[in-house]
Design a protein around this ligand. Structure first.
Ligand SMILES: NC(=O)c1ccc[n+]([C@@H]2O[C@H](COP(=O)([O-])OP(=O)(O)OC[C@H]3O[C@@H](n4cnc5c(N)ncnc54)[C@H](O)[C@@H]3O)[C@@H](O)[C@H]2O)c1
Length: 249
């Protein structure tokens, strides 16, 4: 099947670094016009420059905190008006505030749920309306292996990421008849700034649980997202695709 992505329009949240940046670079290399969403405009502009330097189309940078309902809604609407539509939404923005449950502060809980779960709701709701009108679209949300397995010290993050899975399956059922697919990608341990805080000892212990015996890369995740937004994935919806080296099967 030939997949033509050139000229399609995508929003990628959390595009300023790590997995989101890589997703933007990979989609842009196929000619996708990207809306780069995150809080740090300077970093987004650097990603937009990298896209142009690699021969990709001009990207639009949107400074927004996805955890703020009104701001998230307005940012999506303004982007769609400027870009002229939306074909793909990649919900990638996320954060962690780890602690064992008994030590977890209300703020640690609230911030992770607001960013990793409510942010997905705000951005998706705003992007869905034009997709419904266009009778087509692709929504991919980055969850985590932790949402499937649980992880000591990450009850807030695991709850948000598990919530994304239920959200994905429910929305997939609501909009399937309009040819909109809704899927989640669940990475395992990926080498980015988020995991750079872990000590070498902890990283080594993680890798020992991974059959493919290495940490994943942002490119491993971006390749899966590229597949899910492509025509080749037209009959895949409501799925959670693990990109975890086999650590959870
Ligand atoms: N790195 C991993 O091992 C791993 C594993 C599983 C899932 N994930 C998920 O992949 C996604 C990307 O993670 P990463 O490793 O690239 O992390 P990262 O910390 O390098 O990047 C996170 C991105 O989200 C943005 N972001 C955070 N809070 C935001 C907010 N309130 N509003 C707007 N943007 C916000 C950040 O600015 C950044 O661009 C996250 O959803 C994360 O939970 C990562």
């Amino acid at each position: 099947m030939v997949t033509v992505m050139k000229g399609k329009i995508a929003i990628i949240t959390g595009a300023s670094q790590g997995i989101g940046r890589e997703i933007a670079l990979v989609l842009a290399s196929e000619g996708v016009r990207c809306g780069l969403f995150a809080r740090n405009l300077q970093k987004l502009e650097a990603v937009a420059s990298d896209i142009m330097a690699a021969g990709g189309p001009e990207a639009i940078c949107c400074q927004v905190d996805v955890s703020k309902a009104e701001a998230a809604d307005a940012a999506v609407k303004q982007f769609i008006e400027k870009a002229g539509g939306i074909d793909f939404l990649v919900n990638n923005a996320g954060c962690t505030r780890d602690n064992l449950l008994l030590r977890m502060k209300n703020d640690d809980w609230d911030e992770v749920i607001a960013t990793d779960l409510s942010g997905v709701f705000y951005i998706t709701r705003a992007a869905l309306r034009p997709m419904l009108r266009a009778r087509g679209g692709r929504i991919v949300t980055i969850t985590s292996v932790v949402g499937e397995m649980g992880n000591a010290g990450q009850s807030n993050y695991a709850a948000a990421k598990a919530g994304i899975i239920g959200f994905t399956k429910s929305v997939a059922r609501e909009v399937g008849s309009r040819s909109i697919t809704v899927n989640a990608v669940a990475p395992g341990y990926i080498d980015t700034e988020m995991t750079s805080k872990l000590t070498d000892e902890v990283k080594k212990a993680f890798v020992e649980t991974v059959p493919l015996a290495r940490m994943g890369t942002a490119a491993d995740v971006a390749g899966t997202v590229k597949f899910l937004v492509s025509d080749a994935a037209a009959y895949i919806t409501g799925q959670v695709i693990g990109v975890n080296g086999g650590m959870y099967m």
